[in-house]
Design a protein around this ligand. Structure first.
Ligand code: SF4
Length: 358
């Protein structure tokens, strides 16, 4: 049996429900110093605007834990505290209204400390994410397996889960991140066979915007296509807004997002008579601000243009110095190349309004 995303337990994080359905929640992480409330809130609001549904901040000192209270007042999505070892910071974050804690119970230390965190979470209805990372596996697992393996990662997850279950705590989310794509895929696939809790997907330290996007899409895409994963984060060495954009595009590829526009554009070839790359990029940028499932096609010529446009809400097929404009599959008029983008934007606005009204 595999716990596909619709089969996992349901875990509440703020106003979100993770797991138990086909929905996949998009997360990101702030790059700011958490204690800098203004900068952190500004970044979170940008992330919200891009479509981020849950955001994590590092809680590495008391100032960061104290800032949570004020940050929470100014944002609209659940906030997650990233804690390493220090149970007092976890307690402070919980006290200050955090919505989820990412902490590995096996790293907290003495049993009373673990119990204190678990009891505080129980009292406030806050879940815990266990974050297994191939780069920081427990020594006893490295001794047993020799080096990080998917089996060792799953065993680590089960070890931490066991500690929480022993305390009758079940609001658990689990991640098993590795920067090695095949290892991460195998770890998550094995985990889905034995772990009934929702899985948070990620390829850790994936790299820069370009390389990290490809790596994340390869790894997370493979898992999403198998029905595994209830939340995800794309980890990039870039503005976290880019992480959200990539996440949305990835979910769109698998039909796992309802409110995202789609752009179909051709790679161009020798038949091309218009500046298609500029048009496609401008239209993509424009669409990135919309939260409606509008489909737009931008094709270079009449070979495939009308066919693709028929499948889209709005589309163009280029010709020499102009483009044929299609709406819901019907050619409506010819537009000079100079006006193509502005005319497309007008049509997109019109159709987006129709979506918003229905
Ligand atoms: Fe070439 Fe036309 Fe196909 Fe674009 S749509 S790749 S221009 S044949």
């Amino acid at each position: 049996m595999t716990f596909l995303r619709q089969d996992t337990r349901l875990v509440k994080v703020g106003n979100l429900t993770i797991g138990g359905s086909d929905e996949v929640i998009i997360q990101s992480m702030c790059t700011t110093k958490t204690a800098d409330v203004a900068a952190t809130v500004a970044e979170i609001l940008r992330l919200e605007e891009a479509g981020c549904q849950m955001v994590r901040v590092t809680v590495n000192n008391e100032e960061a834990a104290a800032a949570i209270k004020e940050i929470k007042k100014q944002i609209h999505i659940p906030l997650v505290a990233d804690i390493h070892f220090n149970y007092k910071l976890a307690l402070q974050a919980i006290e200050n209204g955090i919505d989820k804690v990412r902490i590995n119970p096996g790293n907290i230390g003495r049993r009373e400390k673990v119990e204190a965190v678990v009891n505080a979470c129980k009292e406030k209805g806050i879940p815990i994410r266990i974050g297994v990372n191939a780069g920081s596996l427990e020594q006893h697992l490295l001794d047993k397996y020799g080096y990080p393996t998917p089996e060792a990662m799953v065993e680590s997850a089960l070890y931490h889960i066991g500690i929480l279950e022993e305390l009758d705590f079940h609001d658990i989310i689990v991640s098993l991140k590795a920067s090695d794509v095949p290892m991460a895929i195998e770890a998550y696939t094995k985990a889905a066979e034995v772990i009934p809790y929702p899985l948070h997907l990620g390829i850790t330290e994936a790299g820069t915007l370009f390389a990290g996007t490809v790596k994340s899409a390869a790894g997370i895409g493979a898992l999403l296509s198998r029905g595994i994963g209830s939340t995800l984060r794309i980890s990039l060495s870039a503005d976290p807004v880019e992480e959200v954009k990539v996440a949305r595009e990835l979910l769109k590829s698998f039909g796992l997002i309802a409110n995202a526009p789609t752009l179909v554009s051709c790679p161009t070839c020798g038949r091309l008579d218009i500046d298609l790359f500029s048009i496609a990029n401008e239209v993509e940028e424009y669409l990135s601000n919309l939260k409606v499932p509008i489909k737009v096609s931008v094709l270079g010529c009449a070979v495939n243009g009308p066919g693709e446009a028929r499948e889209a809400d709005i589309g163009i097929a280029g010709a020499r110095g102009e483009g044929m404009l299609f709406r819901y599959g019907e050619m409506v008029r010819k537009v000079p190349e100079a006006d193509l983008v502005s005319e497309l934007k007008k049509e997109i606005d019109h159709i987006a309004k129709v979506f918003e009204e229905t």
